[in-house]
Design a protein. Sequence first.
Length: 323
Amino acid sequence: MKAEFYKSIIDAIQNPIVILKGKQIFHANNKALFIFGFSNTEKLEKSHRLKDIVHELKDLQRKSIYQTFIVSLNERLKYEISLKTISPVEDIAFIQFNPIYNDHLFNELVLLEEHNNKIFNNSPDGICLINNENEIVRVNPTFEKIFNYKQQEIIGKDIDELIVPKNKILETKDIFRKLNNSEVIDMEDIRLTKSNKRLDVRIISYPIEIENHIRGHYIVYKNITKEKQSEELIERKDEFLDQLFNRSLFPMAILDKNEFILDINEMFEKIFKYTAQEAIGKNINDLIVPEDKKDEISYFKQTIYNNKRLKAKTIRTDNMVNQ
């Protein structure tokens, strides 16, 4: 058995090392037993501190964590703690404790770790960490708020079975396959809250690679439901205005701020005898306002700019008069 073989190797190593088989503590060398304060591996298995380290490295997929241990009566030593897979087939890994003698470097690494945790916890987008079995390992507070789940009730559950509509399950299996091929996903789709409320979300997902092996995936969810609703409302308004413009029984023209024509409707063409091609780009006052009515322009303009309703009888000329 390979695990037995590795026991003899790590016992000769000066730095602390713990062998894991799956998530179980299989063996620890003397240095590891010493810094945790246990006399043998069987007793070390009860260490809450080591269990937390295993949880962070195995479950939360942390690349490294940083802790301080007592190594003598008057000395504390800082360690970078990481996980190295030795045999994926037998699920054997080493927890390595590499001493950091530079206090400044250790403090910088701790600050970086705290910074990354703050980004995760304070992100305005929902973030979910899943393992290679598509099971939830960790979610941030925004994820809880968006989907109305508490982290403790969904840890270990399949993310797709939790928030993906049944009619989209097959699609998400293809997405998971792409993630396992180290592809980054950026897409928009529908997801469900705890109460089965449908949400429009933007999904960005990318794999977590450690030592050239995919250990899990981050999935970022941005709730874009309001944006989608606004887009649909704008589209409906545009469609309504388009129908109002084109089907109106009155001549209508769309102008820019300088009163140059951007578009005219069919009734405008019929009444004023201008085609759209002839009218677009021309100043409407030059096109249809007679010289003796030019003084009306400033009054009409002022009324419109003040958001007041304008209703007046006047005279305008068509293309036949101008010819």
